[in-house]
Design a protein around this ligand. Sequence first.
Ligand code: NOJ
Length: 755
Amino acid sequence: MNHKELVFIILTLFFSGLSAQQRIVEIEELLQKMTIEEKIGQLNLLTPGGGVATGSVVSENVEAKIKAGKVGGLFGVAGPDKVRVAQEIAVKQSRLGIPLLIGSDVIHGYKTTYPIPLGLASSWDLELIEKAAQMAAKEATADGINWNFSPMVDIARDPRWGRIAEGAGEDPYLGSKIAEAMVRGYQGGDLAAEHTMLACVKHFALYGAVEAGRDYNSVDMSKVKMYNQYLPPYKAAIDAGAATVMTSFNDVDGVPATGNKWLLTELLRNQWGFGGFVVSDYTSLNEMISHGLGDLQAVSALALKAGLDMDMVGEGFLTTLKKSLEEGKVTEEEITNACRRVLEAKYISGLFDDPYRYLDTKRPARDILTKEHRNLARKLATRSFVLLKNENGILPIQKNKKIALIGPLADSRENMLGTWAPTGDLSLAVTVLEGLKNVAPNARIEYAKGANITDDEEFAKRVNVFGTRIDIDSRSPESMLEEAVDLAKTSDVVIAVVGEATEMSGESSSRSDISIPESQKKLIRALVASGKPVALVLMSGRPLTIPEEFDMPVAILQVWHPGVEAGNAIADVIFGDYNPSGKLTATWPRNVGQIPIYHSIKTTGRPGPLDGTFEKFKSNYLDVPNTPLIPFGYGLSYTEFKYSNLRLDKETIGPNDSISATVTVSNIGKFDGEEVVQLYLSDMVRSITPPGRQLKGFAKVMLKKGESKEVTITLSPDDLKFYNGQLEFVSEPGEFKVFVGPNSDAQLSKTFMLK
Ligand code: NOJ
């Protein structure tokens, strides 16, 4: 144990209200009593099935193994009664009675499902995001869970990767702030408290950079890029006190993350001072065999020595570590250290004081799916929506109109929750049809499906592994289309709910073509051709390529997968009860060929034109402009905001000084509304090539119609720093340019000098 780890333990124990000294002594005494088999047993995480299996293996003989002291934790078990059964076996029937950690994937809400994380991030509302995580922790702990496999903080700049849905998007600054907020929300100030659970930062590391956006693929990246662009959110989560870390499936610098000593020990523990424990991802230890690193015994020894503490499902540790110890391939100290870290997590969760502390059978009814939680889920969903376009002010729609509600997602309960919602209940989700009727009981609303999500049966089969999400209608596509167009023609306005089924994004759901499926494109064209005003409500778990739809004279409201209150929240925004304020946290490309695409691209030595024209021998394409279809940070409102009078409080600063930018933001439109004011920074000269501009601050402000506010965003000395060629975190003297505005194309700018 190094010094930093010791400090971490002492502090954590102190905050849990226990005597640090006493706890350390107790852990050491327990370790003294443990056999080597029992120590190895603590490193074993199993799932008895019943949850979502994300690999081909589900654990066997779980009960016998718990009795034998061969299990440190379980996941996929929930509910006070069920968890009590497991906990009692561990506490009463195993020799030392060590309680179990009970894990779960509570990715965007427990039973009260809120928007997928990419949607939640689009709110740019850190306070609300923290509240969302608190709500998730309250519900999950009421159901016996004490360890959450969240937050997922992988930076993702390739929307082909389905798991972009699970994170905060492309930006390390915003991603770091969101990671901190989620850790605070899950863990609170006291991990032993009734409503808090251990967070698990995942997937360490760089999982979002898998080549070609294909899930589980390789990653290869320079250290400079890693440190500056991809590692900050993991570090932020750890600095915020995240108790555990999950490794990723990919390799880092040629070594799978699960067995990567540089990553798990040198960086995570030695450089960052992480003192908690590290768990593998689902069988990622065993997968090191396929990666080409040796047999199960070899990869298990390698992973332990690298710094892995707990093995999820694969039982490589359980079945080989003793042999490796006997053969001198690992040491008893290495096994003991891993075991100690797992025991410490159980201590700080209060499980040794009371193994049944999360098992009050009265809590689920009291704490889960309460009115208050559903209201929060509805609010979170409205804040996650991004208005991409609003031709002729089609939105908001008046509540007394005759509305044609059309589209395969308009009356689809099973697609509202989004990917990775295994603890949610599909049957509770509010459809768009129901939501519109709830919010506007006097509107005349008629529904037609209009098209299948896709007509491709093979594709649908692949998407439908967890149940039917794409339902191919028995009617012909032509007759569905005809019915929809007829309905549109007799209505005042068309709302078309289109896009991706929930399982078209998420784990193992990469797409090489990220457009709206052709069946729905045909429907959209026909609806627009009807001449009626059309509002597209677009659902997806990723940025899509929509150049054709973006060119149409329509409104487009991007709603991701909004969660249990989907329909109500969509109706709130459609009818103007809430004025949309979400902003994209990942760039929307024009086509797949532009990927990877993100706002903080480098200028290169031959910057291409930004106006869409072409210049020979510049960095650009023959067939598409360099600019994205829709930039990072973008999102419209029903009102209009004007930015003016940007000023800095200093012209020159020293390396330890802060600097503040102030801008006047005016609501010059017809509605009250919220705006996310964004600050981007360009480092004009430095020792390694800088990104063109980087997000370095933002503020969400409410402005009444006609109101103006002064908004100040302050840059700290650290905001000017970056990791240089020697990986030192430094700022370098020279000119900086500040841009402030409504998105990453912000135009107002001012310059200052760092001495
Ligand atoms: C595999 C996923 O990659 C990970 O995010 C999840 O936490 C585990 N399965 C456990 O379900």
